[in-house]
Ligand binder design. Structure first.
Ligand code: ADP
Ligand code: MG
Length: 348
C-alpha cells in the first residue's frame, strides 16, 4: 500500500491565469523521501500547501493510507511542516520549543521524549539555549525536532536548507537525511536546488509550469531525462539536433551513438561529463577520419578550473559545447581539440 497518493491535483488562483499546479500526480511509500524540484514559481509550495491543508485543490485526490484527507482541516492531518525560516519561538529555549509540540505525548513522558528528540538532532548541549544563540543549521534542526515531536505521518520540508550558507548546508543536509532515515519518516522535500534533490531524495519529481514532467530515481532522471527541460534543469546539458537511424544519429558532432533506438529527427542530450577532449595538434585535420569517427575538432574558448575537475567551453561550427573532464585533462584556452562522446546520447 502506498503511504501517500496524489492524483490529478490542480489549483488555479485566478480564472484567467494558467493553473499554479496542473494535474500533478505522485506517490510516496512508507519511509521514502520524495523530492519535488523545479524553478521558482513552478508550483512546489502550492502543492505542499494543498497536502498540508492550507489550500484547497480545485480538483484531484490526496490519499493518506488510502483515506482522503482533502476535507480534513490542517490540524487533523498529522502532517509536520518545516519551512526555510524555521519559525521557532524566539523567547523559548530549545527544550521549550520542542516541549510545546509534544501535546500528543502524555505529560509524564514529555520531558524525556523532548530530550530524546533533542539528542536525535544532535543538540543535547544546546538544550537550554535560546534560538538566537544557535547557528542557522542548529535552528533548522530544532525546527525538525519540533515537527517530529508531533509524531507526523508525513513530513513536508519547503526549501529548509536555503537560508544556510554553503558549507553548513551540505553538512546539515547529510545529517537530516540520515536522521529521517533512522526515524523512518515519510518525507516530501521541495527545493529549487537540483543537487540537493539528487543527493537528499530517494525519488525525484521534476516540476515545470505546474506540471510534473518526470519522476524517477535520482540516477534515472539525471541520466535518462525525457524532456529538454529536465535535461537542462538537472545540471548542464548539450542539446543537439540530429537524424537517427537505429542506434546512432547524424549530428553536428558527426555520427554518434544514442541510448535508445530511434528513427527520424531527434533532439539529443549529452551531459558535459559524457564528452571528453583530446588535443588535435597543430595541423588542421581533414575532418573526421575513419579511425576517429566520433571526433570533431573544435577550439577551447574558456576553461573553468574547479579543483578536482575542469569545465571547458569548446566552439565547433559556431556552436559551444560544455565538456567536463577530470583535472588531469588540462588544456589552455585556444587549444584545438577533438570532441569525443564517451557515452551514448539520450534521446529526448
Ligand atoms: P514555488 O514554490 O515553486 O516557487 P508557488 O507554488 O509558490 O511556486 O507558486 C506557483 C504560482 O502560483 C506562482 O505563479 C505564484 O505567483 C502563484 N501563487 C502562489 N500562491 C498564490 C496565491 N495565494 N494567490 C495567487 N497566486 C499565487
Ligand atoms: Mg516555494
Amino acid at each position: 500500500m502506498r503511504h501517500l497518493e496524489v492524483r490529478g491535483l490542480t489549483k488555479r488562483f485566478a480564472a484567467d491565469s494558467p493553473p499554479a499546479v496542473d494535474d500533478a500526480a505522485f506517490t510516496l511509500d512508507p519511509s521514502e523521501i520524495l523530492g519535488i524540484v523545479g524553478p521558482s514559481g513552478c508550483g512546489k509550495t502550492t502543492t505542499l500547501r494543498m497536502i498540508a491543508g492550507f489550500e484547497r485543490p480545485d480538483s484531484g485526490k490526496i490519499l493518506l493510507d488510502d483515506q482522503s484527507i482533502v476535507d480534513l482541516p490542517p490540524e487533523k492531518r498529522r502532517i509536520g511542516l518545516v519551512f526555510q525560516d524555521y519559525a521557532l519561538f524566539p523567547n523559548r529555549s530549545v527544550l521549550r520549543n520542542v516541549l510545546f509540540a509534544l501535546h500528543r505525548t502524555n505529560k509524564r513522558d514529555r520531558l524525556s521524549r523532548a530530550d530524546e528528540l533533542i539528542a536525535m538532532v544532535g543538540l543535547s548541549r544546546e538544550r537550554d539555549r535560546m534560538p538566537q544563540e544557535l547557528s542557522g543549521g542548529q535552528q533548522q534542526r530544532v525546527a525538525l525536532a519540533r515537527a517530529l515531536a508531533a509524531e507526523p505521518q508525513l513530513l513536508l520540508l519547503d526549501e529548509p536548507f536555503s537560508n544556510l550558507d554553503a558549507a553548513l548546508r551540505d553538512a546539515t543536509r547529510r545529517d537530516i537525511r540520515a536522521l529521517l532515515k533512522r526515524a523512518r519518516v515519510s518525507t516530501i522535500l521541495v527545493t529549487h536546488d537540483q543537487d540537493e534533490a539528487l543527493s537528499f531524495c530517494d525519488t525525484v519529481a521534476v516540476m515545470h509550469d505546474g506540471r510534473i514532467e518526470q519522476t524517477g530515481s535520482p540516477e534515472s532522471v539525471y541520466l535518462q531525462p525525457r524532456t529538454s527541460f529536465v535535461a537542462q534543469f538537472l545540471g548542464r546539458a548539450n542539446l543537439l539536433s540530429g537524424r537517427a537511424t537505429g542506434d546512432s544519429a547524424d549530428t553536428d558532432l558527426g555520427r554518434i551513438a544514442i541510448a535508445t533506438p530511434a528513427s527520424g529527427d531527434v533532439t539529443l542530450s549529452l551531459r558535459p561529463e559524457h564528452l571528453t577532449l583530446r588535443a588535435a595538434g597543430d595541423a588542421p585535420p581533414a575532418g573526421c577520419s575513419d579511425e576517429e569517427p566520433l571526433a570533431c575538432v573544435g577550439q577551447i574558448v574558456s576553461r573553468e578550473f574547479r579543483g578536482h575537475d575542469i569545465t571547458y567551453r569548446v566552439r565547433y561550427r559556431e556552436t559551444d559545447y560544455l565538456v567536463h573532464t577530470d583535472y588531469s585533462i588540462d588544456h589552455a584556452p585556444g587549444t584545438r581539440v577533438y570532441l569525443i562522446p564517451r557515452r551514448p546520447a539520450v534521446v529526448l
